[in-house]
Design a protein around this ligand. Structure first.
Ligand SMILES: CC(=O)N[C@H]1[C@@H](OP(=O)(O)OP(=O)(O)OC[C@H]2O[C@@H](n3ccc(=O)[nH]c3=O)[C@H](O)[C@@H]2O)O[C@H](CO)[C@@H](O)[C@@H]1O
Ligand SMILES: C=C(OP(=O)(O)O)C(=O)O
Length: 441
């Protein structure tokens, strides 16, 4: 689905939508199925492009994948992985960040792996040095070619001690997916503990793994000889839920996000309330609304869990353009996540970006050439514009801005949004947004 989305803004979003499983968990649980000797069964799976990309990659590796898209159920049978002939993996170069997580499971099953160049959002350099160091620590031999990475494990993979320089989500998942079948013990110090990682640990435990998590970000894994398939229901997508909540706030709307879950959203909910948003946690989800009157400015610093998640930052910044006063936003996870503000400035927002660490924390990007802090001055009326979607969350933010703005905006490149937002055009319709797709001219 690509083309031109026409959005007539200025109307509050109101109504009810459903959010299903988390992009950042489902894709990893799909990779975990490669480690089982028997089939796995995953429920609450959203129809998004990242799921389709990982399903196709698994098929290339010999996994039989059945995806019931309406019921949101994936059945993954890895029985034929050993006999698979992988011919066309290059076709997946640049498609998502998940291929790097295939390394451990493929090395265990096949003794070798070939990984295409990674995709994902361009919000910084996004190196994979931690991943490769981890794999080498386990005993893998890594060869970097011009189009991808080739790995082998001539002497198998052996448990090890890893100390992460930063609690990277992907590097933590890499360690987990490799250590569960490695020989002996692995200790991971400085691990990420995002809810999606906890759910991945739950899946691996169901498969037969032995994993313990300490309060000090240390994870210990005892390798086992065999793992079996799992049955699991994905946790909800807290980023999608937060994005719709931000859209409700920016448009002075009232949106019920069915499926949204409070425990994984505590930090978001506190911030939402401080800005002036109201919410009600219900049995079937969370209702988010603008309580009327003025929104308040805040100081916001993104961080690893349990901090304010970086993927919530871009949608919320649009709501901050409507708050009375100066908000400070310090992005400490990615060095280059404010490119999307150019388009917002073009729509009337007052946002300045700075190299300095504004806010209370000093981060890895301070005193370097990274524009990673922003000052948002509001409220500013937004006006319609022609927009080109830059990346997943930046694109959704532009969409929110178009919905909040007076006039008719035209948005190009919206297929990028499908990577992480299920049926977002249908959801816009359910929320009475005036948005329609047309052909590109
Ligand atoms: C598919 C998926 O789950 N994506 C999420 C995952 O991305 P992803 O797993 O890529 O993010 P990481 O937590 O690894 O990245 C955090 C930081 O570590 C740096 N880094 C990471 C790996 C490495 O080898 N070297 C290195 O320097 C990155 O450049 C970044 O500055 O977690 C991010 C942080 O919550 C989220 O924004 C993404 O939505
Ligand atoms: C950065 C994101 O995802 P990815 O890691 O898949 O690019 C995101 O979901 O906002």
């Amino acid at each position: 689905m690509d083309g031109l989305l026409t959005v007539e803004g200025g109307t509050p979003l109101t109504g009810e939508i459903v959010v299903r499983g988390a992009k950042n968990f489902v894709s990893k649980a799909m990779v975990a199925a490669l480690l089982g000797e028997t089939p796995s069964h995953l429920s609450n799976v959203p129809v998004i492009r990242d799921v389709d990309v990982v399903a196709d990659l698994l098929r290339l590796h010999g996994v039989t994948v059945d995806h019931d898209r309406d019921d949101g159920v994936l059945h993954l049978d890895p029985s034929d992985v050993e006999s698979a002939h992988v011919a066309d993996i290059d076709a997946y170069a640049g498609s998502s960040r998940i291929p790097i997580l295939f390394c451990g499971p493929l090395l265990h099953r096949l003794g070798e792996a070939f990984i295409p160049d990674l995709g994902g959002c361009r919000i910084g350099d996004r190196p994979i040095n931690y991943h490769l160091d981890i794999l080498r620590n386990f005993g893998a031999v890594v060869d970097k070619g011009s189009q991808g990475i080739q790995l082998s494990a001539p002497r198998g993979l052996v448990g090890t001690r890893i100390e992460l320089p930063y609690p990277s989500v992907g590097a933590t998942e890499q360690t987990l997916l490799t250590a569960v079948r490695a020989t002996g013990l692995t200790e991971l110090v400085g691990a990420a503990i995002e809810p999606e990682i906890t759910d991945l640990i739950a899946v691996l435990q169901k498969m037969g793994a032995i994993i313990s998590v300490d309060t000090d970000r240390t994870i210990r894994i005892e390798g086992v000889d065999r793992l079996v398939g799992y049955r699991h229901t994905s946790l909800a997508d807290r980023i999608e839920a937060g994005s719709w909540a931000s859209a409700a706030l920016a448009t002075r709307g009232d949106v019920v996000v069915r499926g949204a879950s409070q425990p994984e959203m505590m930090t978001f909910l506190n911030t939402f309330r401080k800005v002036g948003g109201e919410f009600d946690v219900r049995d079937d989800g969370i209702r988010f609304w603008h309580r009327g009157g003025e929104l308040r400015p805040i100081v916001l610093e993104t961080d690893v869990h349990p901090g304010f998640m970086t993927d919530w930052q871009q949608p919320l910044v649009v709501a901050l353009t409507q708050a009375t006063g100066l908000s400070i936003v310090h992005e400490t996870v990615y060095e280059n996540r404010f490119g999307f503000t150019d388009a917002l400035r073009g729509m009337g927002a007052k946002i300045q970006i700075y190299r300095e660490c504004l806010g209370g924390l000093s981060c890895r990007f301070g005193r370097r050439n990274f524009f990673h802090s922003a000052v948002v001055s509001g409220p500013t009326p937004l006006h319609a514009a022609d927009i080109e979607v830059p990346d997943l969350r930046g694109g959704f933010s532009h969409l929110i801005a178009a919905l909040a703005a007076e006039g008719t905006s035209r948005v190009r490149g919206i297929s990028i949004i499908n990577r992480g937002y299920e049926n977002f055009l249908g959801k816009l319709e359910a929320l009475s947004a005036k948005a329609s797709m047309g052909a590109l001219v």
